[in-house]
Design a protein around this ligand. Structure first.
Ligand SMILES: [Cu+2]
Length: 397
């Protein structure tokens, strides 16, 4: 790699020296001036460059059309959240506008540089200013951009408004660490217990403050399930570095910042099973499996195991480069019907039960009865924990 860089630097240095000598030659007035071999552009050169100019404009248009045709289908498909269509609409308007303005301004730019290309004997015309023209090309972008920004702000507040008093909402904490995700549900009281990295101990991997009464019914899991049609309020915390929780199908993304709690809320509208029947998703899955089966036959030929066929699932991805295994920092996200979700959550044991079980196991490893559920109580294990005054990462509520 270093060798390649040195070669590139040497080549660039050579080009620079060559260009410098050319400039030096041009400055030698009197030597070979106005002969056929002069390096000052003549009408023929200007014509050639003028037409090449148009060829480049054509190239820009063609590559745009080709890219849209070839990769346009890779854009995100049906949105699976209530605010998703509004978000997509904003995106479509912005892209359409950029596309329209870009097509026209690029044409004008290339047309005028062709029209006023150099001609022998032509002299530049001095034109001071034109108030009317300047007014037009200032006021139009101002109106268009103001409209776009207002619409964007409206959409933004619509999506980002989180009502913490909402009793019907589901409260979920998403916890990021290099390089995985963990999830905590608020339990029956609908309130997440306080948490701090200093409380991380054994099975309490998210650092929940077990002395907090609100934490007693909290449930921690490694899979994110959310119910269709119910508002989900997400609270994000990070254990180590900056991460970003990205849920592309729901048009949602939030930075996960160590030392603070970030949040957003959305309502899922399509269950995982329903999304698997979406025509676009069916096509995508078929395409992925076509690539997989090709890879598989190559692997089998080498005597290795074939790849499993891909099945669609929603996904939570890390969208901030956070370290060596960032690329693999993801978690399955399942949207269930309300009934399925409640059934799923009911089967999970609370963190306080898990903590007590693990303590019992540690105290009497040989003869203690396994898996006896202990009654949650407010005393928890706080006595053994350090510094409960540290508020930097404490989750309020
Ligand atoms: Cu990450």
């Amino acid at each position: 790699m270093t060798g390649l860089l040195i070669i590139i630097v040497l080549v660039l240095l050579g080009i620079a020296i060559w260009q410098l000598t050319k400039i030096f030659h041009l400055t030698q007035v009197g030597a070979a001036v106005r002969t056929e071999n002069t390096e000052v552009a003549n009408d023929r050169d200007n014509n050639v460059n003028g037409y090449l100019n148009f060829a480049f404009l054509g190239f820009i248009y063609l590559i745009t059309i080709y890219s849209l045709w070839k990769w346009g289908h890779l854009a995100l498909g049906t949105p699976a959240s209530e605010h998703g269509p509004q978000y997509d609409n904003l995106m479509a308007i912005s892209l359409g506008l950029i596309f329209f303005v870009q097509t026209i301004t690029q044409f004008l730019l290339y047309y005028f540089s062709f029209k006023y290309r150099g001609k022998q004997g032509n002299v530049a015309f001095y034109y001071a200013d034109n108030d009317k023209l300047e007014f037009i090309w200032t006021i139009i972008p101002v109106i268009v951009l103001a409209g776009l920004i207002l619409y964007g702000l409206y959409t933004w507040t619509n999506i980002m408004f989180v009502d913490d008093k909402d009793k019907d909402a589901l409260y979920v904490e998403v916890y990021a660490k290099q390089f995985s995700w963990e999830v905590r549900y608020a339990g029956e009281d609908g309130v997440l217990g306080k948490a701090n990295v200093r409380y991380i101990d054994g099975v309490n991997t998210m650092g929940v403050d077990m002395s907090d009464p609100n934490a007693q019914d909290d449930i921690t899991v490694n899979e994110l399930h959310i119910p269709k049609g119910r508002k989900v309020i997400f609270k994000f915390r990070s254990q180590d570095v900056l991460h970003s929780a990205y849920m592309p199908h729901f048009r949602a993304q939030m930075n996960v910042v160590p030392g603070m709690v970030t949040e957003f809320a959305f309502t899922p509208t399509i269950t995982t099973d329903e999304m698997r029947d979406d025509p676009q998703i069916i096509e995508k899955v078929a395409n992925i499996n076509k690539i997989r089966s090709k890879r598989s036959s190559a692997l089998v030929a080498k005597g290795e195991q074939a790849l499993e066929p891909y099945v669609f699932d929603y996904i939570l991805l890390c969208n901030k480069i956070c370290g060596a295994s960032h690329y693999n920092m993801q978690m399955k996200l399942v949207v269930d019907s309300e009934a399925d979700f409640n059934k799923w959550l009911k089967e999970k044991k609370t963190l306080s039960v898990a903590v007590k079980e693990s303590q019992k196991e540690a105290a009497a490893p040989a003869d203690a009865p396994q898996g006896t559920p202990a009654k949650p109580d407010a005393s928890g294990t706080a006595a053994a924990k350090p510094d409960s005054t540290a508020v930097a990462q404490v989750m309020k509520k």
